[in-house]
Design a binder for this molecule. Sequence first.
Ligand code: ADP
Ligand code: MG
Length: 1139
Amino acid sequence: MPRQSSASALGGSVVDGEVNDLATLTHLDEAVMLRQMKTRYQRDVIYTYVGDILVAINPFKQLKIYDRESVTKYKRTKKALLPPHIYAIADAAYSTMVDSGKNQCCVISGESGAGKTESTKLLINQVIELCPTKTTMGLEQKIIQVNPLLEAFGNAQTVMNDNSSRFGKYIQLKFKGGQVLGAKINEYLLEKSRVVSQSVGEENFHIFYYMFAGLSKEEMQQYRLTNADSYRYLSQGESCLRKRRKECQDAFNDLVNAMDLVGFTEENQNNMFQVMSIVLNMGNIEFNEGANDSSSVKTFDSLKTTAELVGIEPKVLESFLTTHETMTAGEVITINLTKQKAEDARDAMAKALYGRVFSWIINRVNSLLAPQDDSQRGDSTQIGILDIFGFEHFEKNSFEQCCINVANEQLQFFFNEHIFKWEQEEYRKEGIDFKEIVYLDNKPLLSLFLEKPIGLFSLLDEESRFPKATDLSFVGKLNQHFGKLEHYVASKDSRTPHFVVKHYAGEVKYDGDGFLEKNRDSLPSGAVELLQISKNDLIHDIFMATLTRTGTMALKSRRGRSRKTRNRLQAAGRVSRTAGKGTSLKGVTVSAQFKNSLTVLMEKMNQCNPHFIRCIKPNMGKRPNDFQDDFVIAQLRYTGMLETTRIRREGFAIRPDFNEFVNRFKHLAPLKIGQDANGARKILQAADIKGYHIGKTKVFLKYFHIDQLTDKLERIHKAATMWQKVLRGHVDRRRVKKLREKAKQEKQQVADFLVQLPSNLVNTSKRMQAIMAADFKRPHDYFKAKAKAKEPAKPLIALNDMPPPLPPLADEKFPRDDDEDDDDDEDEFDENDEVKPMPISKKHGAKFGREGTKAASVRWFKETQAKSGAKNEEGNFQDWFHGIITRRRAEQLLTNKDIGAFLVRVSESRFGYSLSFRVATRVKHFMIDQTMSGKYIVVGEPKVHKSLHDLVVYHQRCGIGDEHELLSVPCGQDSGDDEDEFDYADLMDHGGEQALMFRSPSSTSSIGQSPNMRRRVHSGHHRPVSTHSAQHQQFPSGTQSRGGTGSRGYAAGPPDPGYRQQHMMYPDEDPRNRRHATNPPPMFSAPKLPGQRLGPGGGSPHMPQRMHSNSSVGQGQMRSARSPRSTARNEAPPPLPPR
Ligand SMILES: Nc1ncnc2c1ncn2[C@@H]1O[C@H](COP(=O)(O)OP(=O)(O)O)[C@@H](O)[C@H]1O
Ligand SMILES: [Mg+2]
């Protein structure tokens, strides 16, 4: 019977007797568990919790639980308030990462077809959704779009699953401050054998079918492809296409879109398709049996096509496939290969080509998704998501199934360690009273495969090194070593290489036939060198690369051999087959690579906080609404779900040490507390948590306690934030009021000062002349006598003669009443647009001039954008096309237009476009980026377009952004009919320059200046070009934006007099001369004659210096000189008063 409280505690809609969390059941056995799952499944409720673990049953039909509403509902919310969902796991992983700063991993397990890959996609999408803002370069879309790419090349239809992943992957999403930075994918063991043969009812990798459905006739010819039925490697080519041609066609389009979006160039894509064609054509090379165990090529056409595509002589390829060369005692010995061996050599080359292209794709994706800024990698955190191939048990199980099942065995071991072993060990260590829960430990099974030196893989490696060993001799060794083990059953018939392993998930009968060859994975001698000289750059690169000990590809950064060398070698038609410089790591077998990669994976995952998702398959037939009790109970049993539920119900899933716990929740305690048991207890008591335990070094919490604690903490934080807000508002308002008053006073003082200045100066000048005249009249030794008497020097100018001191300038941060400057050129996207500006693409270098200047943008447009679709077929610009206009200008143009009115404009700040369109309440702006393949995309959208025209047409049908807003009518130009007056005139092939020079004020203007001197004038902010503008260019930018004049890129009007008054400086007040102020030079080194005109640099050097040293005026002005605002050294001094 379920506990009464369960439904209310766990929120969501549950019907009578049903629970969202099996760990809340008081009575628990297999039957109860199954009934719970079944009734929920029958109501299309596929998710159930077992404590913090999610169980997901594959519905095999689309459910409406992944819509926008759900996406939003599960953002940063408490798990208990909503029905179980995979989005809640995404939220838990993300929140824990952000809150604790620790790496997280999500482990998704289940049989083949149970829903792991779908769950992975949903998880990634939701984690990306949780990031606070969408960031640079549409990274989120790229991460999401990697999937169709990986699936096209790595998935295939099997009897278990129509979209079965034939490789394992661990995707690491990297974050900083909760914002996604990049991603990295690790791949595990692609099932390459599928390239050359498939079991009955199964298909080759999707990509082959997609190509036949999606390539145009011309492209098919270009890649030398005919029809799907003509290729041996596609066992059921046409029949498969007949069934799902449309589906494959769409998938092909999605694939190309994904490649464009992620950043694969046109050349990359061409090369990839070409390799796929080489693989298929190679498969059609068949052999005749010859005399003396020799063989010869039977199908010359295929040999020729393959050789031509690779870029080598057909004869050379033939000799590689039908003979083997070795070097013995300095002599080259050629050995003929039998028909069987020649076929093996062909298949090995095809598999190597496909496998390396796949690794290269992963490599390329990783470099395209790597965090942009190296400095950011340091303190980033991660969420890793593991989606490996599920447990498999076919009629015939080969080496691949063996590896796949070992990986699943390892994963089950990881689960057991986290859920049962380590947890119960901690109870013991920490003295927690706990009734032990027995679970099925699969360690012996793992040892059977992985132990050294006597484990299945070690024995396989050993046998692989003996040339004379056979699959039968290998299985014989297994029988000899493992015959008596509980989990191993030797075949009764010793003439067949069969054996049975009792895996945690069931018994699997393996057929050892082919184990040795698959493990060696050897290529014909010299094949690597041969493929290195391919004219296809991709083939060249992937065969120049080295393979690491985990089997991943390490590409050479520089091209190994230049095109020229390759051409020469191709022309010579011969490659050394015995040089043995193959770049595959000699001696590292497939099983060794697999073992190594598994070890690395486990090391990575053991450093993360895990979240588990258990996928369950309801039936074998991929059918919706069909829950087969026996089938499901078997899965629940072997995954240890009953025991898991028990440990979640009775145990303590969360076990932070005192330090960590007190640090995170200290604000819940009323007073200062220590980072010890006592401190932890105080927190728990204050938060009213029930049922916890305090151990020797740790706190033992139930999985739901963490939600309760976080909830309470959030409430306190919210309250604190509110208080801070109120308090800060109060303090700030007082500060601003004071500053305003002060500024007002300053302004008045400055005005008074300036009014008095002329008369004061006249007075001062008169007194100076009087003093000087008096000095001239004094007897000759008067000054000497004064100096001797050490009389303090009287100020020559009375203080009250001076104008009042200038007040120090108000704080720089003082809020001004005048509007912020309309610097709307660079800043294309505001926060409301949810897309931040992306770093300017570096791909063009300085080819068009300095990026970010108008001249460069014009050149870029004219030289690269001929096919952009900005012009219609008649060669005129489209109605929606505008030139280099600002965001603000676009807003002006669109403001009074209908909703959906739009325009595309050329950016000045980067080589690209922006899309502006009118929505109900404002004008929105989106960036349009160009992919590496030269196509166009609205940043943040998933669809790539061949031209701007296509992009516009598409978005007139399909909405943009979360609100799915559509473009409607183009926003035309507001000038007359004269094209030269349109804002795109600069971009026209003729007279653009001229148009730029003589432009109506309403568009863009600067008269009679060189293009470099031109200043753009915003129509709404037009100011006459003034002679002062040059001076104002030199103000620091902070000054410009406040002053409202002389803004970057705009023609500056005469400066605001108030502004100038505040910032006037005498030359000697230049901070460079400050030492004079504290250490004045001798007074009258060369007295000036009365009436002598003061020099242009600020008059007599003496007077101002004296003013500095003896009056507070100088000091006041010195202070102002220190302000960044007053660094305008070229500012002219005030005119001297008339005498
Ligand atoms: N949550 C889901 N909603 C709808 N269909 C699903 C869901 N999960 C899986 N499926 C269906 O099951 C198929 C197999 O799922 P997949 O994730 O590829 O299995 P696995 O990766 O475990 O082998 C998918 O192609 C899809 O048709
Ligand atoms: Mg899968």
